[in-house]
Design a protein around this ligand. Structure first.
Ligand code: SF4
Ligand code: SF4
Length: 290
């Protein structure tokens, strides 16, 4: 982890993907921040959940000498030596990564700026990027000054209404509704979904809800209940002059999921299409399956 002392809010940046076609409309730069406040059983990026504890296990695992320890149990990452083999991530038992850079908004924007002529926008994801709302606001101020479209990818557990300055420079939010029933949600994530559903309505009323998403894992939670009730909650905010809110139904896949949670099977295409029909019957027009 590299410390920076420049002014402004700092966030732990896990990685920046210069060109992504799957993180919102058009070609975008996607920024992933480290750290999450939920623990989803099917998490596909489990190394983004926690901050590094400085145990040092990954240092010896690196074949390139890209990692070293400095006093104070601090891992130092030399990205110029890194070949992205992921040996460090596979070694870590704490849901973390040593390949984190602590950057302020200006430093992060410098990793976006070179793509500006070729991208439509920027999406910030995680982990849970709303753990760093002031960093997000500062980063999006730079993005908007360059005419970029700005999206937040969030689990929705942190109330957006508390950050009006951030919403001013945010074009849209992609919000996870991991389960509708509170008991189901707690079983999937270990947390509470009251703020998620309140955020969904608040963002829909504000015209800032770009998309909701549900990962479909048969047998883990009641998927029809979640899709039906989520669609019914948000359908009143679609159409009649408002832009449609997209409902993205995500097919669960095992890739990247922790071994102890790989006992579920992906849903069939037929199940995904039944769920899409359910969402449309409740009044959502823009439903996609990925
Ligand atoms: S991904 Fe980079 S830092 Fe991690 S083990 Fe491989 S070379 Fe070393
Ligand atoms: S990234 Fe993981 S293995 Fe490496 S020092 Fe941090 S906690 Fe330990």
């Amino acid at each position: 982890m590299v410390r920076k002392t420049d002014p402004g809010s700092i966030a732990p940046v896990n990685r920046v993907i210069p060109f992504s076609a799957v993180d919102g409309p058009g070609s975008r730069t996607a920024v992933f921040l480290q750290g999450c406040n939920t623990d989803c059983k099917y998490c596909h990026n489990p190394e983004t959940r926690n901050m590094c504890l400085g145990c040092g296990d990954c240092v010896a695992a690196c074949p390139q000498g890209a990692l070293s320890m400095e006093p104070g149990r601090q891992v130092v990452y030399d990205w110029e030596k890194c070949v992205f083999c992921d040996a460090c991530i596979q070694t870590c038992r704490h849901g973390s990564s040593p390949r984190i850079r602590l950057l302020n908004a200006q430093e992060t924007y410098s990793l976006i700026k070179r793509q500006v002529p070729f991208i439509r926008g920027v999406t910030v994801s995680g982990g849970e990027c709303m753990l760093y709302p002031e960093f997000l606001r500062e980063l999006f101020v730079f993005c908007k000054a360059s005419g970029l479209h700005t999206l937040i990818d969030s689990n929705g557990t942190i109330p957006f209404g508390a950050f009006p300055g951030l919403l001013e420079v945010t074009d849209g939010v992609m919000l996870d509704i991991k389960a509708y029933d509170p008991g189901d949600y707690r079983m999937v994530t270990g947390g509470d979904n009251r703020a998620v559903l309140e955020n969904a309505v608040f963002l829909a009323e504000s015209g800032k809800l770009y998309e909701i998403r549900t990962v479909v894992v048969p047998g883990l939670f009641h998927v029809f209940d979640t899709v039906k009730k989520s669609a019914a909650l948000l359908a009143p905010y679609c159409g009649s002059g408002r832009p449609d809110i997209r409902y993205k139904l995500i097919t669960y896949r095992e890739n990247g999921v922790r071994a102890c949670y790989r006992n579920w099977q992906p849903p069939s295409r037929d199940l995904m299409e039944q769920l899409a029909r359910t969402a449309r019957e409740e009044g959502m027009n823009d439903v996609i399956i990925v």
